[in-house]
Design a protein around this ligand. Structure first.
Ligand code: NAD
Length: 347
């Protein structure tokens, strides 16, 4: 049932990072539920194109601002989602100090706004807080194995500090804050060149370039389709009582990067061979969420299988890049290490 805000209409919801990949899907979902959405974004990694279709929506408003500088907003809000932070390694490492400040100072500013407006708050944290995990799958009570000095620390440690801020304010009874630990998420509106594994492989396949795999390809990841994640974020924001601890949101299906590349190769007829490159520093070997807590507390679990989500994402990239996959004869298999599956993109 639609929860009403203090003025009796749909809720007023601030989405920081609302012009990004996940944030723009969240804005869509909130608007279709009848909420009013105030999207705050600096466009450092997001794109106005993501929210362009909402420009004339009477319940949507866009403010260009950096959350590190945001001290006030000129209207009351009932809920604040903080998704503002570059999420792909090349992007968050491009200006690591700004990434850290976004996580700490920016989150601090938004928490202050939440306290002032008595708004509920949801922090988009990450599975990166588990680092290169020594426990598998990762449960919320696992404390992680993170380097505080490496090139990923600006993000991993920044997100850990942001969690600490949230729970300090929860313990003090000052903000109703919730923390989602998000695992790899993919779907339409990912940026083609953001350096994430699914966008990398799909764009390379669609443009006929070699599919890049870092390391042996035996490292694993779990991939959640964006509509599933958005449903989880909204469920976590609205559940009562406050879970008072982090909640993993992700798809527990675990795939090696080689398996993912095989699926992409089989799905996109223009896919070329696979090229192996050295593994970057601090790249985790295994990732898979334990989502028991989300299932128990929120009644949430992902619904979209990887093959279906990949198909939708590939179709979106093909439309966006203006490239049609070549039909007809496929090239030779990319490498001895890959096998074909029978997935068909159907676009
Ligand atoms: P994204 O880069 O597409 O979106 C982030 C958005 O935040 C962008 O629109 C960007 O312009 C904006 N932003 C960044 N810094 C800002 C700042 N200082 N002030 C205002 N706006 C700022 O990334 P995404 O994949 O949509 O991720 C959204 C959130 O979810 C991030 O916080 C990320 O850490 C978290 N997350 C995402 C994933 C994933 O797989 N997509 C996984 C774990 C966590």
């Amino acid at each position: 049932m639609l929860q009403k805000s203090r003025n009796g209409k749909g809720r007023s919801v601030l989405v920081a990072g609302g012009a990004g990949f996940v944030g723009s899907h969240l804005c869509d979902a909130l608007l279709s539920r009848g909420d009013r959405v105030l999207c705050v974004d600096s466009f450092i990694t997001g794109s106005v194109t993501n929210v362009q279709p909402l420009a004339n929506h009477p319940q949507f408003r866009l403010i260009e601002a950096d959350i590190c500088d945001l001290r006030s907003i000129d209207e009351p809000v009932d809920q604040i989602y903080n998704l503002a932070c570059a999420a792909s390694p090349p992007q968050y490492q491009a200006d690591p100090v700004h990434t850290m400040m976004t996580c700490v100072a920016g989150t601090g500013n938004l928490l202050a706004l939440a306290e002032y407006h008595n708004a509920s708050f949801l922090q988009a944290s990450t599975s990166e807080v588990y680092g290169d995990p020594a426990e598998h799958p990762q449960r919320e009570d696992y404390r992680g194995n993170v380097s505080c000095t490496g090139p990923r620390a600006c993000y991993d440690e920044g997100k850990r500090a942001a969690e600490a801020l949230c729970f300090d304010l929860v313990r003090a009874g000052r903000v109703d804050a919730r923390v989602a630990r998000i695992f790899n998420t993919y779907g339409p509106r990912m940026q083609p060149h953001d350096g994430r594994i699914i966008s990398n492989l799909l764009v390379q396949a669609i443009t006929g370039k070699p599919l890049t795999i870092y390391g042996s390809g035996q490292q694993t990841r779990s991939f959640c389709f964006v509509s599933d994640l958005v449903a989880g974020l909204m469920a976590l924001m609205n559940v009562t009582p406050n879970p008072q601890g982090p909640v993993n949101l992700g798809n527990p299906g675990e795939f090696t990067i080689n398996q993912l590349a095989e699926m992409v190769h089989a799905m996109v007829p223009t896919a070329a061979r696979i090229a192996y490159h050295p593994l970057p520093q601090d790249d985790p070997q295994r990732r898979r969420p334990d989502i028991s807590k989300a299932k128990d507390l929120l009644g949430w679990e992902p619904r979209v299988p990887l093959a279906e989500g990949l198909r939708q994402t590939a179709a979106w990239f093909i439309a966006t890049l203006g490239t049609q996959p070549v039909s007809g004869k496929r090239r030779a298999p990319p490498s001895a290490r890959t096998r074909r599956s029978n997935v068909s993109i159907g676009v």
